[in-house]
Design a protein around this ligand. Structure first.
Ligand code: FAD
Length: 392
């Protein structure tokens, strides 16, 4: 008899999910609306993430992290996002900033990043997007000019998540203006303490509030050669592979947003009475919830499959088409269903869904960004199509 596929988490993973859920119910849920309203980075919760060991999840123990992999990180992000997608960006964006180092950095860089993030000594952000280059990231204008053993970096990055809260940045800049596009960029580790480092304007956003999105501006910042991540002019493949490895985190965030709105709406429709009965008794409502459940459960499979593909892959720069493909599918599908599920949950609460007294309107606003960042869903469809038909 066939053993079939194993679709269950291990006991350890279930226990981990349970402990995160308890933490989120106790500490994150009561603060979620306030963080959304004030749009201030929740330093107290960040500290609690560190104290509970959550910041070290998915970083290799050999470099000072607390172990676990992309799947454990997905569980953490999913659970936090059930209440606050902005706060879920604490672990998600540290990891996004760290992945270039984990993929291509030296052992020394890996230790600094893994141990630093785990213990709360470092917070990281990832600087790829610029004012005139988003989807076409390879068209960036940031420059890196060699000066002796050092590099002089200048440029402006836009829409950088947790900029200002982070102290360490993976920054991509053109290091060889004469080389072919995609082979002309280098990745650097930049510290906020370097002379000429500046944080620019803060965006006033629709959702994921509490997570600052700001410009990062480098004014002739001198960066030593030991802060180059990977090889010179290899930065673009590092940036793209980083996104492959990080997209399951965005997908997990989207999944958590959808699940959080769904759970709240299920309880609500069981209580709310119209025409003399709970609105959950109406077939028009029940079918909406059946459709939402199908989407959420399907997204969960896609997210965990993509995270597992990362955990089974080598952490190097060798292209792994299966990871790109599954990560793009998970990110695109989970974010599309997060948008549709949260919109339906607002509908299920009627007028109460539209007001800030209940969390579903916040979750609907939070859902939108998951269709946009780390590559819009148009770009994800291009990645998926490329896996099917080939070509760049
Ligand atoms: C809140 C927030 C946080 C972010 N965090 C970070 C971060 O931490 N680090 C970072 O580097 N970046 C970050 N970003 C940037 C984000 O990844 C980009 O906004 C995104 O990749 C899209 O780029 P763009 O905004 O320039 O849009 P554009 O590239 O100008 O796209 C505009 C529209 O055109 C479509 N489009 C573009 N090209 C094509 C094509 N070839 N085919 C079909 N349609 C296409 C897009 O899908 C989109 O709908 C963040 C953005 C936001 C809003």
């Amino acid at each position: 008899m066939s053993q079939g596929l194993n679709f269950s988490l291990t006991d350890e993973q279930e226990a981990f999910r349970g402990s995160v859920r308890q933490f989120v119910e106790d500490k994150v849920a009561p603060r979620a609306a306030e963080v959304d309203e004030t749009d201030e980075f929740p330093w107290d919760l960040d500290e609690l993430f560190v104290k509970n060991g959550f910041t070290g999840v998915s970083y290799p123990e050999e470099f000072g992290g607390y172990g676990g992999g992309a799947l454990e990180l997905a569980l953490l992000i999913e659970e936090v996002s059930r209440w606050s997608a902005g706060i879920a960006l604490v672990p998600a964006v540290n990891k996004l900033g760290a992945i270039p180092v984990l993929l291509a950095g030296t052992d020394e860089q890996k230790r600094e990043v893994c141990e630093g993030i785990s213990t709360g000594a470092h917070r990281m952000s990832y600087c790829l997007t610029e004012p005139s280059s988003g989807s076409d990231a390879g068209a960036m204008k940031s420059k890196a000019v060699k000066d002796g053993d050092d590099w002089i970096l200048s440029g402006t990055k836009r829409f950088i998540t947790n900029a200002g809260a982070s102290d360490l940045y993976t920054y991509f800049a053109v290091s060889d203006p004469d080389a072919e596009k995609g082979r002309n960029i280098t990745c650097f580790l930049v510290s906020k303490d370097m002379k000429g480092f500046e944080i620019g304007k803060k965006e006033d956003k629709m959702g994921i509030r509490g997570s600052p999105t700001r410009e990062v501006i480098l004014n002739d910042v001198r960066v030593p050669a030991e802060n180059v991540v990977g090889e010179v002019n290899q930065g673009f493949p590092i940036a793209m592979r980083t996104l492959d490895f990080s997209r399951p985190s965005v997908a997990a965030q989207a999944l958590g947003i959808a699940q959080g709105a769904f759970d709240f709406a299920v309880d609500y429709v069981k209580e709310r009475q119209q025409f003399g009965k709970p609105i959950a008794a109406f077939q028009g409502m029940q079918f909406m919830f059946a459709d939402m459940a199908m989407k959420i459960e399907t997204a969960r499979l896609a997210v965990y499959q993509a995270a597992t593909a990362i955990d089974n892959s080598n952490w190097d720069l060798k292209p792994d088409p299966r990871v790109s493909y599954l990560a793009a599918i998970a990110k695109c599908y989970a974010s599309d269903i997060a948008m549709s599920v949260t919109t339906d949950c607002v509908q299920a609460l009627g007028g109460y869904g539209y007001v800030k007294e209940y969390p579903v309107e916040r979750l609907m606003r939070d859902a939108k960004i998951t269709q946009i960042y780390e590559g819009t869903n148009q770009i994800q469809r291009m990645v998926i199509a490329r896996s099917i038909f080939g070509g760049r």
